[in-house]
Write a protein that binds this ligand. Sequence first.
Ligand code: SAH
Ligand code: SF4
Length: 389
Amino acid sequence: MSRTNLLDFDLPGLAAWFAQHGHKPFRAKQVMRWLHQAGEADFARMSDLSKDLRAWLGEHATVVEPGVMRDSTASDGTRKWLFDVGIGNGIETVFIPEPSRGTLCVSSQVGCALECAFCSTGRQGFNRNLSAGEVLAQLWWADRVLPRDPVTRRGAVTNVVMMGMGEPLANFDAVVTAMRVMLDDHGYGLSRRRVTLSTSGMVPWIDRLRETLPVALAVSLHAPNDALRDVLVPINRKWPIAQLLAACRRYVDGVPVDARDTDPDDAPPPPTTRWQRQAAPRDFVTFEYVMLRDVNDTLAHARELIDVVGDLPCKFNLIPFNPFPNSGFERSHADTVAAFQATLIDAGFVTTVRRTRGQDIDGACGQLAGQVRDRTQRAARRADGAVAA
Ligand code: SAH
Ligand code: SF4
């Protein structure tokens, strides 16, 4: 009989699973804390569970640890893992340490079907969705192996961004389940502002996210008009900019009160679907804008961008293009990026430029290629001993 991977469950799911097998649902909280706060994978060591329950879990449950194919650290401290997700396929997870926070960039799919022109993941095509357990295992692993603060014992990961390989909204259920554990007090206890989902613009699922688990939202805009965005982000042909911006406005405008996650032991949420405006993270959207030389980076583009977003509450994050072989694009000059940024700032938009991290290990945005197709390269790496056991 196959054992159930407990990393696949959020708290309500785990409680239901216990109940279904005749155990007390409140055990779920204890087990969640062992799994995600203590990083414990061995049921025998979960000392506040009865001996019988520990034995039963040993028979019926498991914790599927990710297989590490490679583990590399860049000169700037950025660390990248390549995790094995089955026959020749790998996904990448990147940890970016900064003085005031540690951000984990998590993958949601093996490859990506959306084929954005400038994205290395998109170039490889789509292989499959990750399970909730495979999404969560990336955080579970990083939290376990990264050194904790020696004084506070806090873990190194303070923020999670769903900006690795894949389109997270195209794998909605698994991603939402995993993010629930990230937010859960019995899981990682991250606030909604510290979990960011980045999407290329899958409009109906932006609405579903708003209704289900409104975390911080980043939208890959990359172009100020449909003609250009159709080419750079092909999903735009299905959901053009006007529809995308309307969904962003709905996202920042409000969520139903009873959409918020509640503790299963608490009183049920009110039976109304009252809509109310709530504080951050839903009071603005972050627009990501990759800076491609002579493609989307002129001041005319910046002015068009200002017009098109209008009074939508938003911030901009300019991402200097990260090159990869045969991409066909070049990174904008630093002066061009600065002028573009100044134009947006002058118009009143908070605008940051993303610092490129981990370049010497191909750990930067859009460079995550995993090993979806490239089995020869993997074989070569194995041969030269670069694969960590
Ligand atoms: N699929 C989601 C999330 C993953 S990509 C999305 O597209 O939003 C995270 C960000 O990196 C996106 O904004 C994406 O457009 C950007 N990106 C992709 N390739 C890039 C590259 N080569 N250089 C810089 N940014 C890139
Ligand atoms: Fe997929 Fe995002 Fe890459 Fe586009 S940018 S191909 S949506 S991972």
